[in-house]
Design a protein around this ligand. Structure first.
Ligand SMILES: [Zn+2]
Length: 672
């Protein structure tokens, strides 16, 4: 039943706004912070509801609605590459009726009663698009935003069985899923545990992180695997069905999943889904569902695609696994910004192949809304590899021993008064010297997003803070190594490694340095904006709130936070301290690859705004004008180019498409 169907416009408008905010929030948590606060199922349900509202009232669609884009995994470090054919995402379903509906829709679209499907395991990994041009593997693109991805070719090449050359000419795109199998995942985590470092949350995160490593030798150690299962553009391959394509893949040397199956109809699809729902735990890799595709390519073409999803394919997601257990206590965690997060301590219970001891409770509002009490029996849910959630309380099982939970008035770590700021749900410890906050800040400062000090893991940070060795960031650079050697489990070799990685971290780009400082609300994006708009950290600490406000993308709240941070005398002293220890450099200032070259742009670029593209040209020493003249060196042509294109041809100007443009500006970044 469509909820939106019975809503009047005003309520629908309100609801849509509410859904957009929620989805954007969870998206940010997932993509930026790496935290899944809700299950995939809950997320998809919100997305579906929003889609339905927007279908009923198209005037509710706003350009930045989460329905209007697909998730992106683009990072700055890799050259960008366009997919020849977009990598669409596949729609999800959760039950038999949805599958029947999918089948009925295809029957109508194709005007046929009988057609075959191919069923495949939905591997919980990272999608990759191998691009072959004239027989040779030239790019390996991550999905990115579906149009443009990161080229991680050198890392993909570490997988020993990837064909580097094929007999087929022209352009061929072969798509697959990269993953790390469960045994290797466990081995890597064992090693992490031994070294006193934080373990990886799940194989998919580890895979995604591995693909983005800058050192292919490290990638090789991680043993990536891949199953291939789809074609993108296919110039010279004469193949008519998915099944034939799988056979071709195997014969050509592309690794495929042996469990895929061609079936006659949707009933057989359903049997396949049920079969693997039962058997999935026997596999040495994680699957979270089944992908169903029309077998015949001509039917696929006929069914077509929406902007985001192909109509000829769908994913059946296994239901989340649930269990009932006792909630024994609610503990408070204090984060680096002082936010207090309640966490449920559970009587250990086995769920989805792991032992679950804790579940996230998000905040006090959530606890009140679900009326969760200590000693309650609770239904918990875990889907895929995300943090378990408390679905609801089993109230019938209450026996009077339950206790209502309230947020503490004092910080459980440092005993300072806790405050609840009006417009926030969050409760905070306001003591800047709170050990929990110091630990959190230093952990972040040395993390991959900060100074990236490889051999200073979280356990050591915690230990050093507890011992009083680390109080502030700059203490890292005055560590007494002779003293550290005496620590249990430390030893000469570890100290030596630590010394080396600290030394290595002393050269740092401005954006990374700003991010490392952990200024509230700033984050990676804010740090990058600051680095782009100021020449040095000195300029930033001298700037005022209004200067920050002038930067596009920085709002009042963030500007206030930065200004407050740099005005604080303690912070200022610490920044000055760090500046004298570190070499902080602004990115790309020395590289003048486009010195004196005149650029003109026409048409729209997929990967960035015109303004951004012009800025990139300027950063590299070039400049741009609006019209073609005898002085023009390069015309960059986007989609729907104007008359400049014909003019440029007459004047013998170099013409670059977007792909070429991206290659030029990115090949440059590699040299930095
Ligand atoms: Zn505290």
């Amino acid at each position: 039943m469509k909820k939106g169907a019975f809503m009047d416009f005003e309520s629908a408008k309100k609801r849509a706004k509410n859904l957009r905010e929620k989805i954007n929030y969870y998206n940010k948590r997932y993509y930026v912070d790496g935290v899944s606060e809700i299950s995939d199922y809950q997320f998809d349900r919100m997305m579906k509801e929003l889609k339905e509202l927007e279908e009923k009232y198209p005037e509710l669609i706003v350009s930045d609605s989460p329905t209007q884009r697909v998730g992106s995994d683009l990072t700055e470090e890799f050259p960008k590459v366009s997919h020849y054919e977009s990598m669409l995402s596949i729609d999800n379903t959760y039950n038999y009726n949805d599958l029947i509906e999918f089948d009925d829709r295809l029957k109508r679209l194709l005007n046929k009663k009988d057609f075959e499907y191919v069923c495949e395991h939905k591997i919980d990994g990272v999608s990759i698009n191998l691009i072959y041009e004239n027989h040779e593997l030239t790019h390996a693109a991550t999905r990115g935003d579906g149009e443009i991805g990161d080229d991680v070719l050198s890392n993909i090449k570490t997988i020993p069985y990837i064909p580097l050359k094929i007999d087929t000419g022209g352009v061929l795109e072969v798509r697959g899923e990269v993953y790390i199998d469960l045994r290797d995942f466990e081995k890597i985590n064992q090693k992490k545990r031994k070294e006193g470092e934080e373990e990886y949350a799940n194989p998919r995160n580890l895979t995604a992180g591995t693909l983005k490593l800058q050192d292919p030798r490290k990638v090789a150690e991680r043993k990536l695997n891949v199953f291939f299962y789809a074609a993108g553009r296919m110039d010279e391959l004469d193949i008519n069905t998915q099944n034939e394509f799988m056979i071709w893949l195997k014969e050509t040397g592309f690794r495929i999943n042996p469990h895929y199956q061609k079936v006659k109809n949707i009933e057989e699809v359903w049997s396949y889904c049920r079969e693997w729902e039962d058997k999935k735990d026997e596999l040495n890799y994680l699957i979270d569902g089944i992908v169903i595709k029309l077998n015949r390519f001509s039917y696929q073409k006929q069914a077509g695609s929406t902007m985001k999803n192909p109509r000829w394919s769908i994913a059946y997601k296994f239901p989340a696994e649930r269990a009932v257990t006792k909630l024994q206590n609610i503990k408070i965690q204090v984060g680096r910004t002082g936010v207090l997060t309640p966490v449920a301590e559970l009587k250990p219970v086995s769920l989805a192949g792991t032992t679950v001891k804790r579940a996230t409770l998000h905040n006090i509002d959530e606890i009140k809304r679900k009326d969760i009490r200590i000693n309650d029996r609770v239904l918990i849910e875990k889907s895929g590899e995300i943090i378990p959630q408390v679905v609801r309380v089993i109230k019938e099982k209450r026996d009077g021993s339950e206790m209502v939970f309230n947020m503490p008035e004092n910080c459980p770590v440092c005993d300072s008064k806790v405050v609840n700021i009006d417009d926030e749900v969050a409760y905070r410890c306001t003591n800047f010297q709170c050990p929990a906050q110091i630990k959190g800040r230093i952990r972040y400062f040395v993390s991959k997003d900060g100074l990236d000090i490889e051999n200073l893991g979280e356990k050591w940070v915690d230990k050093f803070v507890e011992e009083g060795i680390l109080r502030k960031y700059s203490d890292i650079f005055t560590l007494d190594y002779d003293k550290l050697i005496k620590f249990e489990k430390m030893g000469e070799k570890s100290v030596d490694n630590l010394k080396k990685s600290i030394q290595k971290s002393k050269k740092i780009e401005l954006a990374r340095f700003i991010n490392a400082l952990g200024i509230p609300y700033v984050g990676k994006k804010g740090a990058r904006l600051l680095a782009e708009n100021f020449n040095s950290i000195d300029e930033i600490i001298e700037a005022e709130e209004k200067d920050f406000m002038e930067i596009e993308g920085i709002g009042k709240k963030i500007a206030e936070s930065i200004a407050g941070f740099v005005k604080n005398s303690q912070n200022r002293k610490e920044i000055e301290n760090l500046r004298s220890i570190l070499t902080i450099k602004k990115e790309n200032t020395k590289n003048k690859k486009f010195e004196g070259i005149q650029f003109v742009f026409t048409g729209s670029l997929k990967s960035m705004s015109r303004k951004k593209a012009q800025q990139k040209v300027e950063n590299l020493g070039g400049y741009s004008t609006t019209s073609i003249s005898g002085n023009t060196d390069v015309l960059v042509v986007g989609e729907n180019p104007g008359s400049k294109y014909t003019k440029a041809k007459e004047k013998d100007v170099n013409i670059w498409n977007e792909k070429k443009f991206l290659e030029e500006i990115n090949s440059n970044m590699e040299e930095k």
